[in-house]
Write a protein that binds this ligand. Structure first.
Ligand code: NDP
Length: 311
């Protein structure tokens, strides 16, 4: 059984994790990243990224992440393809166990395990991910210029994304399973007065239809059992995210939705020496560029923390 003792371990290999790795390696911390088995994180499910500064042409999420991977390797980040299954943050150094039986010790830790979008888990959903189904309107809305789209959900994300989508789409159906929205009232007012938006109440998506790409959805009214099809070129799911924080909840303070609480203008958590970056601590923006920014912050803060312990 291998044993790793590091200055800094980064858990997770999304934009936040790689950025933290690059910054920490350049600061001479010899960081170790435990990538998880879904290397690259959520962005690898995005077909085309057009809003990442510096890329004048669209790049696939997979390519963007593989470039970050290569850049991290170039600076000497030690990347271990393994998954952390247990942490003990009550001792110093911190102790991590992994699925492949590695036990790692580290003086500091950056948690960048991200959040996972919730899916409807209905048949035909998987085959259309990246082919009409998206969980990020900010990322993919642009591709539906003058085409009808649907958004599923009734919270702030669904409301904001529906409004955002009206900048491109010819029509936006908001499919909600109840007759009451959870979204803030100011957003509800905007939804109700936007002529491009049609709210389909008390309805759930039963099936995605199409060929290679989506061409429509079958929905059911849960009160009347009435079923109908709607032609749409894209479907955006905004039914919530689940931060990947299960492993840490024994030690790290989480908010009511399970996101890690960080100190204001900082990535520091309630445990000294443990920092959190990216979507695992961000339920508002959920953008790769924001994750990148917090990844850099976390590495800088980890470096300062380690220096303060040396003196
Ligand atoms: P929410 O959990 O608030 O809303 C999820 C919505 O999806 C709910 O309307 C829910 O329905 C619906 N839903 C959940 N599961 C299913 C399902 N299986 N089938 C159909 N519908 C489903 O998630 P959000 O992402 O909207 O928001 C998360 C947090 O982030 C909230 O605290 C929110 O306020 C915050 N946020 C804040 C923003 C801001 O600018 N301030 C912007 C975006 C998010 P139901 O209502 O029936 O439960």
């Amino acid at each position: 059984m291998a044993e790793y003792i590091a200055n800094l371990i980064i858990i997770g290999s999304g934009p936040a994790g790689y950025t933290a790795g690059i910054y920490a390696a350049r600061a001479g911390l010899e960081p170790v990243m435990i990538s998880g088995f879904d290397v690259g994180g959520q962005l690898t499910m995005t077909a085309s990224v057009e809003n990442f500064p510096g890329y004048t042409r669209a790049v696939t999420g997979t390519e963007l992440m593989s470039r970050m991977h290569e850049q991290a390797l170039n600076f000497g980040v030690k990347i271990i393809n393994d998954k952390v299954t247990e942490v003990d943050l009550s001792t110093r150094p911190f102790v991590l166990s992994t699925e492949n039986g590695n036990c790692c010790k580290t003086k500091s830790l950056i948690i960048s395990t991200g959040a996972s979008a919730k899916w409807l888990n209905i048949e035909t959903e998987k085959q259309y991910i990246g082919r009409g189904i998206s969980t990020c309107a900010t990322c993919d809305g642009f591709f539906y210029k003058n085409q009808p789209v649907a958004i599923v959900g009734g919270g702030n994300s669904a409301a904001q994304e529906a409004l955002y989508l009206t900048n491109f789409a010819s029509k936006v159906y908001l499919i909600h399973r109840r007759d009451l929205l959870r979204a803030d009232s100011i957003l509800q007012q905007r939804l109700f007065t936007n002529t491009k938006i049609e709210i389909v109440w008390n309805s759930v998506v039963e099936e995605f239809i199409g060929g290679q790409n989506i061409s429509g959805i079958k929905i059911k009214n849960v009160l009347t059992d009435e079923r109908k099809s709607i032609d749409v070129a894209g479907v955006f799911l905004a039914i919530g995210h689940k931060p990947n924080t299960e492993l840490f909840k024994k030690y790290i303070a989480l908010d009511e939705d399970g996101y890690i609480i960080t100190k204001p203008k900082s990535t520091a958590t309630n445990v000294e020496g443990v920092f959190a970056a990216g979507d695992v601590q961000d339920k508002i923006y959920r953008q790769a560029v924001v994750a990148v920014g917090t990844g850099a912050m976390a590495a800088i803060e980890a470096q300062r923390y380690l220096s303060s312990k040396e003196t």
